[in-house]
Design a protein around this ligand. Structure first.
Ligand SMILES: [Zn+2]
Length: 136
């Protein structure tokens, strides 16, 4: 079954995205990686229209049945778009994931959409991204 992964282009989360793909999708799953991942799909006007057309192209060309949306904490694109990241980062990402889930499920009936967040950890001086965790 064909899948599409929508995530951020940030190279620091590449390993987490690869691990998620290995766990939930086929090795040849399609990828749409842009700054902020789902961010352009939450924006008004042209930005969302262009992003949605890219997703449509992939979904229709490759008969995609499942879309995995992956947001990540400490995202520079989000920080830039919002003018900073507050303590409610997780809440913000989950809200956007739900909005984009609804948008994509409405636009592409029959496509199953799932959401994940890649967390940022800072434990005793060791900082890095963890494994993508599913969002309800
Ligand atoms: Zn990012």
């Amino acid at each position: 079954m064909n899948a599409l992964i929508i995530g951020c282009s940030d190279g620091r989360i590449a390993a987490s995205l690869d691990a998620l793909q290995a766990a939930v999708a086929t090795p040849d799953a399609q990828r749409f990686f842009v700054p902020g991942g789902i961010l352009p799909l939450t924006r008004p006007g042209t930005e969302r229209r262009v992003a949605l057309e890219c997703v449509r192209e992939i979904v229709e060309e490759h008969d995609v049945r499942t879309i995995h949306l992956v947001a990540h904490q400490e995202c520079a694109a989000y920080e830039r778009a919002l003018g900073g990241l507050g303590f409610d980062q997780q809440e913000l990402l989950e809200r956007d994931l739900r909005r984009v889930e609804t948008l994509l499920e409405t636009t592409f009936p029959g496509v199953d959409v799932r959401s994940y967040v890649i967390p940022w950890h800072e434990d005793g001086g060791v900082a890095g991204y963890g494994a993508a965790a599913p969002v309800d």
